[in-house]
Each structure stands twice: as C-alpha cells, then as structure tokens.
Design a protein around this ligand. Structure first.
Ligand code: F6R
Length: 243
C-alpha cells in the first residue's frame, strides 16, 4: 500500500490526475473505473486541464463507473451520468460508446446488473479504479453488511449515505433509496486502485479501514488485501497517519 498525504488540494488533484493520465498514456486501450461525489471533482478538473494542453487523448479509453441511483430518469441533474458528463466526459475526446454507467432508470434492475457484469467481464480487468470512501466505509455503494457481494447489484442505501448525499437534492425525500453498484469483485480485480480521501470527517474511517481489522463492516478495509493500492489524502483526512 502506497499512502501519500498532501498539504494542499491542488497538489492532491495534480497527483491524482497524473496517475489517471499516466495510465491512459502508457496503456494502449486503458480501462478506467470511475467514481462520482465530491472527492474526485478537482481531479477531473485537472485531467481536463491537461487534456486541453494536448497532453493526453481518451479516444482509445474505456470507462466503467462504479454506481448510479435507481429511479432517477435519464438526464436527471443529480444522476451520476450527468455528473460525469458535467465534470469529465463533455470535455474530453472519449467516444460515447466507450463510456459505461449502470442505467438506474430501467424497470428491470436485475437485468441491468447482469448486463453490466457482462460488459465488465468482456472488458477483462480495469487498469485503474478510482475510489472515494463513504463516511461509513463504503466503496462504490457496497455498504457495510454481514456479507459483501462480488457482482454488480442493487442496494438499499444506508440512512447515513442518503443523508450525506442529501446536499445535492432539494429535500431528503428526493434522495433515491436505492442504487446499482459494481460489486467488490470487479473493484478488487482492478490492476491498480487509486483511493482518494479528503476532509477531517473521513480521518477516522480511513484510518480504521487501512490499519484496522479487515471486515465487511468496513468495506474499504478489504482494500488492504489489494496488491496495488495507492491512497491520496489531504492532511485533514490523513491526520491519524501522521502521528
Ligand atoms: C461515488 C461512490 C461513493 C463515493 C463516496 C464518497 O461514485 O461510489 O462511494 O465515493 O460516497 O463520496 P464523497 O466523495 O461525496 O464524499
């Protein structure tokens, strides 16, 4: 495990973007696993900046997003597809057919999960999986539980997850109760995992996840078993690692 703690968001963003761009530049047909939420936005901004400088092309890159809400219509401003378009996809040269995000607007979520796993299986292995961590230790929307699932699946979001995401919606009632998430299998199978953590409120959970027992009660703790894990943290999130 490779842990880096940064004293500024700018340096963290540059490091994160550098790892993504490096993967795309060195791998002929790179497969990226992507995350949404507040954590990666600065990294995507930096990727777009470097793209605009002509340093990288995504024409041969394929992406798989971790998750999507269930029940939001296509084009809903808080859907993760729209998030990705607004933060990354609209500004780079990736062909639309190489972008994959579970479709949470379909009636048959089970069939959609199966379709997503087939696409992942066809792709083989994600080269670089970008992850954030939830306050409760979730990765993707693999919420703490007695057991974690390997496959893509529909999940009922924990109350604390809905509350954390309520800032993006007009009211708590509008926050979807369910999401489709990539399972632990595809995440842990990725060649390299890039876990990004920001803010004082994540200090305890990231410390527990990376130094405590490996347990399904903290899904991110399973990352300890990964042979190529890079963790980028700001100094607030990394507070307990610096003593
Ligand atoms: C998002 C995702 C989630 C977030 C996590 C942290 O696609 O899979 O696991 O990474 O909830 O969210 P933020 O970054 O908003 O604190």
């Amino acid at each position: 495990m490779n842990i880096h703690i940064f004293d500024s968001q700018e340096k963290l963003n540059q490091a994160g973007a550098g790892i993504i761009i490096g993967t795309v530049q060195t791998k002929q047909r790179a497969i990226l696993g992507l995350a949404t939420g507040s954590t990666p936005t600065g990294i995507y901004e930096e990727v777009v900046r470097e793209y605009n400088r002509g340093l990288v092309s995504f024409r041969k890159t394929t992406t798989f997003n971790l998750d999507e809400y269930v029940g939001l219509p296509v084009g809903h401003p808080e859907s993760y597809l729209v998030y990705m378009q607004q933060h990354l996809f609209n500004f780079i040269d990736i062909p639309a057919e190489q972008i994959h995000i579970p479709d949470g607007s379909l009636e048959d979520t089970l069939a959609e999960c199966k379709r997503y796993d087939e696409l992942l299986a066809d792709a083989g292995q994600i080269d670089l999986q970008l992850l954030g961590i939830g306050h409760n230790g979730h990765i993707g929307f693999n919420e703490p539980d007695h057991a974690l699932l390997r496959e893509t699946h529909a999940v009922t979001l924990r109350e604390e997850t809905r509350q954390a995401n309520a800032i993006y919606f007009d009211s708590m009632d509008e926050v979807p109760a369910q999401a489709i998430t990539m399972g632990m299998g595809a995440i842990l199978k990725a060649k390299t995992i890039l876990l990004v953590v920001r803010g004082a409120e994540k200090a305890e959970i990231i410390h527990k996840a990376l130094t405590g027992p490996i347990t399904t009660a903290i899904p991110a703790s399973l990352l300890q078993t990964h042979p190529s894990l890079v963790v980028l943290m700001d100094s607030e999130a990394g507070r307990l690692f610096q003593t």
